[in-house]
Design a protein around this ligand. Sequence first.
Ligand code: BT5
Length: 315
Amino acid sequence: MQETRRQVLDAIADGPVAGPDLAAALDVSRAAVWKHVEALREAGFDIDADDGYRLVGTPSFGATAVEYGLDAPFEVEFHETIGSTNDRARHLARADRTDIVVLADEQTGGRGRLAREWASPSGGVWLSILLRPAVGPARAPLFTLAAAVATTRAARRAGVDASIKWPNDVLAGDREAKLAGILTEMGGETGRLDWLVVGIGVNADVDPAAVSTDRPATSLRAELDGGDVDRRTFTRNLLEAFHALRSEPAAILSAWRTHASTPGRQVRIETPDGPVTGRAVDVVPPGSLVVETDSGRERVSAGDCEHLRPVSNNT
Ligand code: BT5
């Protein structure tokens, strides 16, 4: 958000401030104050001007709504509808940008891994974070884990009991239905990571039936029994948690372990080299799952993981 606009919002958040006082405090003309107020109104802020300027309402979603009060250095670009936020972030990567969050209410061409479709109706939190971390490509999976932790934390703060299924799913509810998925893409020369796009799709204020697929899906709204979903606060919490983790990569794995439900579970993982079945033991750098199989421990770096239910004794 433009800095003066942020200062205007901060100044009028706690009560009416007369136009001339605001102009003097910000060292701009009165006409400039009026222009900023108009721009903020257009962005959805409700600003009362009866008795000086006073902020009476913030927009529920959008770039300015998320950026206002965001304690992380991201610029937010919002689209009511877009093909895929990952595609847009990749485009921005080619223009040498960084630390941008592309956020959308709806995607018409949302993508999952391996060119699968990602259902993205209006009401979701569909976002992609463009980063240029100073690490090699081999460390990129850490950022997928960080995104999963950040999403899980934000969901829990919203009152939803979420947990991570290795490597990129956030599950919720008794059925362990999919609440969110993550698609990380990267670019660079051999051995060098130029950019990273971490795409996060969260079924926020949507009906699970609108995203129903071959596998069970859920949403924040469904998990809150139809209660209000504050997408603005959710997105802010998610971005702040992600920023804290990317600033301290050494803390990512331990944070992942405390938010994941995969370790200790019987799993079946479809890998490019065939299925691996056994008990998930741990996650090791840069994000591989260690599985105890009949023929010993195996490290799996990529694949589709299924949590197997323990076989009941009376069947
Ligand atoms: C993922 O893939 O889980 C990664 C999803 C990433 C989506 C975000 S949204 C913002 C950004 N922009 C994009 O274009 N993408 C990213 P994967 O693990 O391959 O799971 C895909 C599978 O999940 C599909 O084959 C369906 O079975 C299921 N699925 C599709 N849409 C879903 C939804 N909205 N909720 C739950 N499950 C879904």
